[in-house]
Ligand binder design. Structure first.
Ligand code: HEM
Ligand SMILES: *[C@@H]1O[C@H](CO)[C@@H](O)[C@H](O)[C@H]1NC(C)=O
Ligand SMILES: *[C@@H]1O[C@H](CO)[C@@H](O)[C@H](O)[C@H]1NC(C)=O
Ligand SMILES: *[C@@H]1O[C@H](CO)[C@@H](O)[C@H](O)[C@H]1NC(C)=O
Length: 401
């Protein structure tokens, strides 16, 4: 009840408006581009800070994590550029539950093998989608902390990989999980993935996507190019997300829909409107939707948004989606819906941050040396958009969960 009121409070719809930013054409030689990308790669993956083998633990080489500086180019432009054509993933390339990241990896905006550092994730979502720096940093920090290895600064965007061993001493369980691992980040009531225990919870599902399309058909907007009822609008997501919740609440006896999962899942739906839209006209039609979700490739002649999309813009959209059918967080316990006890921090954002911390491994508090440096850098990047003091709200989840 209190939560719903908080949400109403947050609703101050501010969907990104049509941008008229001019596309600046730069003539840059291929040699320059190659040199620049080699430089960026080196900056994203510095070899340990000079002390070499002294930093190695458990056969792992420490890699210092640094929040990169702000991007210099945040203009509207066609993505991908000529240097980033689609290359289908091979059998050993990792892909997972995020259509945004899978698409970046298919185009080489992230390493094609699907194993990325904190800095590479940030450069990827900034370059490909114009995601704002602090939002990009917070998501990337959660990815490395929750499902990657903060000592060697890597995470798999899919399942477990030999290239991302567990943390030294296995202080957060025997594997690093990868973003596909359920809990902490991947969760229930996705748009196009089943709940865990109900089927494939990592990969795109035609059956769910077809349901999604029926909601576009019923509630979608008209377009002269893609046809009537072919545009994904706020209304489509309001109705489809609610349908997904009701359907999982009825069919998944172990549904987990905590405050963090609820808000993150509505954030993902908001990403769809804010980051998959063609930046020139701010429209996601069914061609664009199919290209990202089904084919995991940028649509032809697609433009990224013309201004950085930040935490506030996206939370406003998420709140607008949720406002049509407000929900309370809860879980199904043996099939019985049970609302969660309120966290009572006084703010929905702080509740979400606290709930994320309740799931990150408590063992991250007792690390020392190089690992501590990286962990604190990531905890600070994660806390920043929530306006929380990262030294006060600490990880307290069970390691390995
Ligand atoms: C570093 C940044 C990002 C990380 C670490 C990340 C990670 C994830 C993860 C773990 C999920 C699965 C959640 C679930 O179980 O449903 C997810 C879902 C999703 N992400 Fe991302 N993501 C990032 C950026 C983006 C961007 C930039 C976009 C859009 C361009 C995007 C679009 C989506 C969408 C639409 C879903 C929901 C898929 C579905 O429900 O079927 N993400 N993301
Ligand atoms: C779309 O709808 C408009 C008005 O409702 C109608 O005039 C038009 O013929 C429709 N277009 C298509 C392609 O069906
Ligand atoms: C997906 O790829 C297939 C095969 O290349 C193509 O025929 C189809 O049109 C694409 N779909 C979308 C929605 O882009
Ligand atoms: C994006 O909008 C531009 C300008 O209206 C258009 O030329 C282009 O085809 C659109 N791209 C997609 C993928 O819809």
């Amino acid at each position: 009840m209190g939560l719903n009121r908080l949400w109403v409070h947050l609703i101050d719809v501010d969907l990104p408006t049509l941008s008229t930013t001019n596309r600046r054409m730069l003539t840059i030689t291929t040699t320059f581009l190659l040199a620049a990308s080699a430089f960026l790669r080196a900056a994203a993956n510095p070899v340990s800070s000079g002390s070499g083998a002294l930093n190695d633990i458990d056969g792992q080489r420490f890699v210092q994590i640094n929040v990169p500086s702000l991007p210099t180019d945040t203009s509207l432009k066609v993505i991908p550029d000529a240097q980033h054509p689609f290359v289908a993933p091979g059998p050993n390339d990792k892909r997972g539950p995020c259509p945004g990241l899978n698409t970046l990896a298919n185009h080489g905006y992230l390493p094609h093998n699907g194993i990325a550092s904190f800095e590479q994730l940030i450069y990827g979502v900034e370059g490909g989608y114009n995601m704002e720096h602090d939002l990009a940093s917070a998501l990337s920090a959660l990815a490395i902390l929750a499902r990657g290895n903060a000592f060697i600064n890597l995470v798999s965007i899919g399942g477990v990989s030999d290239q991302v061993p567990p943390l030294p001493g296995k202080i957060d369980g025997p594997t690093a999980g990868g973003l596909s691992k359920h809990g902490r980040f991947e969760g229930d009531v996705s748009l196009t993935r089943h709940d865990i225990g109900e089927g494939d919870y990592q990969n795109f599902q035609d059956k769910l996507y077809d349901q999604f399309l029926t909601y576009v058909g019923r509630y979608g907007g008209d377009s002269p190019t893609s046809g009537n009822a072919s545009v994904v609008t706020l209304r489509v997501l309001q109705e489809y997300k609610y349908h997904r919740f009701l359907s999982e609440q009825a069919s998944d006896p172990n549904l987990e829909f905590s405050i963090a999962r609820m808000i993150l899942s509505y954030d993902d739906a908001a990403f769809l409107l804010n980051f998959f839209a063609n930046g020139t006209e701010n429209i996601v039609d069914t061609d664009i939707l199919g290209s990202f979700f089904r084919n995991q490739t940028f649509p032809p002649n697609w433009h990224r948004r013309g201004s950085p999309g930040d935490f506030t813009v996206n939370q406003n959209t998420a709140a607008a989606i949720l406002s049509a059918h407000p929900l309370v967080p809860g879980t199904n316990k043996d099939g019985v819906w049970t609302p969660d006890a309120p966290l009572n921090t006084g703010s929905t954002f702080k509740d979400v941050h606290l709930n994320i911390m309740q799931n990150l491994a408590s063992s991250l508090n007792t690390v020392t040396g190089d690992l501590k440096t990286n962990v604190e850098t990531l905890l600070a990047a994660l806390a920043k958009p929530f306006g929380v003091d990262p030294t006060k709200v600490r990880p307290k989840g069970t390691p390995g969960q």
